[in-house]
Design a protein. Structure first.
Length: 224
């Protein structure tokens, strides 16, 4: 369940809400002691966000003929919905702490945390809706006399930084058999690198609440 947080003074980057998307991973968990392990691997992660209603948009050349003579209009306002969907390949490096639940040793509670590096390989932005366009947030001064259709889909990868770096943490339960274990976990990620190459229209950071379930196969049962 990813979302985009915002910083900076521009309203263009603000107002994003949570979307949903897949998070898939292949991990390696190396036991250092009976309770501590090092976990790493590859993770396919969905990031992004959506917003709807009144939005701030950069003034486009297509609307310039409506601007008052001699004006320097930078931002306009309209009601529509927009979605940003990003796909990252991430490499997490986490320290995991395992605790036995009960005497049998089958159930374990674990906590892990650490950092990740991310590589952006897909970035799409879409918009939908038809709205009148205004010079002001109060919607009192309309640009022209017709409504504008905002339905569109585009690739925004060139506008964003390719690399990301951030923190990740999870908590979960593991059920252990002799060579196979099953787990469920919940956690989150937060990117520390701002997305935009050009910060004129604000700054956004990636973040997600993540739920996973999976299977682990023990290669060396003596170190389980």
């Amino acid at each position: 369940m990813p979302n985009l947080s915002s910083s900076g003074g521009s309203d263009v980057s603000k107002g994003y809400k949570t979307i949903s998307g897949p998070d898939l991973g292949l991990l390696v968990d190396y036991m250092i002691t009976q309770k501590i392990s090092l976990e790493t691997g590859f993770e396919f992660s969905t990031q992004g966000g959506q917003k709807s209603g009144l939005q701030t948009i950069p003034a486009s050349p297509e609307l310039a003929l409506y601007f008052p003579s001699g004006s320097n209009v930078q931002f306009l306002y309209a009601n529509f919905s927009s979605t940003v969907r990003l796909q990252y390949l991430m490499l997490p490096v986490l320290i995991k702490y395992n605790m036995n639940l009960g005497d049998a040793g089958h159930w374990k509670l674990f906590l892990d945390g650490g950092v990740f590096g991310g590589l952006l390989f897909s970035a799409k932005a879409s918009a939908a809706g038809t709205s009148k366009v205004y010079y002001d947030k109060e919607e009192t001064n309309q640009v022209g006399s017709v409504a504008v259709q905002f339905d569109s889909t585009g690739d925004i990868k060139k506008q964003l930084h390719t690399g990301n770096f951030g923190i990740e943490g999870n908590v979960g339960i593991l059920y252990c058999l002799k060579s196979v274990s099953y787990f469920v976990e919940a956690g989150g990620t937060y990117g520390l690198v701002n997305l935009q190459k050009n910060t004129r229209n604000g700054i956004n950071y990636t973040g997600a609440l993540i739920f996973r379930m999976g299977i682990m196969y023990t290669l060396n049962s003596k170190r389980k």
